[in-house]
Ligand binder design. Structure first.
Ligand code: SF4
Length: 319
């Protein structure tokens, strides 16, 4: 149960709890840092390791080279897969190129990969609820050669032309809006009452907790700042959620993107950060907001996360 001290009369910045790095992002960044310190630069990373410009720029400065295609990597080099996961085709291309692979796919994304493979093997047609073009969606759908279809919205559900008696199942991207996904799931289960649902929700704990924290914070503030980069799915969902709750919200990934006029007449400003945004960046943004006028800082109550994921064994215990 969340509780809060009585509101103060002075202008404030309210900090959502939890915010920022999740266990999957933390692990992915640690894998790149560990590889850099063990093997030295350059270390190739397929796709941005996590969707945050600040993090990517920092790792690039240390010697990480970010590429979109395996064919951009010299034969025999080291490659790290991003937290979003990769398709089987990418794994095959890397093997053919003789690359030394360290996999930073978040274990919660891998869990969905395993589900998809099992369902398809058992003869199910699988629907993936997610956003077209997102690397996690490409990676998950790319676990199988056929039998998986993307659903982005309610209209896609309406268009589905399957018999209610077919063997059907669905999985979801891990970083979706919890509420919007519920609507799509309800439409799917109404249309296909026998559809198989994931045993445990695919939307991850970090996405759920950060959205819950915004729901708690939004009614207490007149403006929400989300620290996150444009490509970050979970950060975009936080901004949309605040707006749906009737609070103007902006997403920024550098202090100089803040505009002083956003804060005029706003007594209480809420700040949250997507799962790929570091706390140091959130603090730099808080400091910049303070330059527009003094504000007390108040951390809200919320879930304290203690999830951690270990690094890949082939990195920590090389044979
Ligand atoms: Fe893993 Fe969730 Fe973090 Fe994505 S947001 S890296 S699925 S814990």
């Amino acid at each position: 149960m969340q509780s809060n001290p009585l509101p103060s009369e002075s202008d404030e910045i309210l900090l959502a709890q939890p915010r920022g790095f999740c266990a999957g992002v933390d692990r992915a960044i640690n894998i790149v840092n560990e590889a850099l310190s063990r093997f030295g630069a350059p270390i190739y990373v397929r796709h941005e390791i996590v969707h945050n410009k600040y993090v990517v720029d920092e790792l690039r400065a240390k010697g990480a080279i970010f590429v979109d295609g395996i064919d951009e990597i010299p034969r025999g080099a080291i490659v790290i897969y991003s937290a979003h996961g990769v398709s089987q085709q990418v794994r095959q291309d890397a093997a053919e190129r003789g690359l030394q692979v360290y996999d930073a796919t978040c274990p919660l994304v891998t869990k969905v990969h395993v589900e998809v493979v099992k369902l398809c093997k058992d003869g199910f047609t699988v629907f993936m609820i997610g956003h077209a073009g997102h690397p996690e969606v490409e990676g998950t759908m790319g676990q199988v050669e056929s039998g998986i279809f993307l659903i982005e919205n309610l209209e896609d559900v309406e268009k589905l032309n399957f018999s209610a008696d077919e063997r059907l199942a669905f999985v979801t991207q891990t970083t979706l809006s919890v509420d919007e996904t519920k609507e799509i799931v309800n439409a799917l289960t109404k249309k296909f009452p026998k559809i198989i649902q994931p045993k445990k929700q695919d939307i991850c704990y970090a996405t759920q907790n950060r959205q819950d924290a915004v729901k708690f914070m939004a009614p207490q503030v007149q403006l929400v700042i989300v620290v996150g980069s444009q490509a970050s799915s979970n950060s975009n969902r936080l901004r949309e959620l605040a707006e749906k709750l009737g609070v103007p919200a902006y997403m920024v990934d550098a202090p100089d993107q803040l505009r002083p006029e956003w804060f005029e007449g706003k007594k209480r400003v809420g700040l949250t950060a997507g799962a790929s945004a570091p706390e140091s960046l959130a603090q730099a943004i808080v400091a910049r907001i303070q330059e527009f006028g003094p504000r007390q800082i108040r951390s809200l109550d919320g879930v304290v996360e203690d999830v951690t994921f270990s690094l890949p064994k082939n990195l920590t215990h090389p044979v």
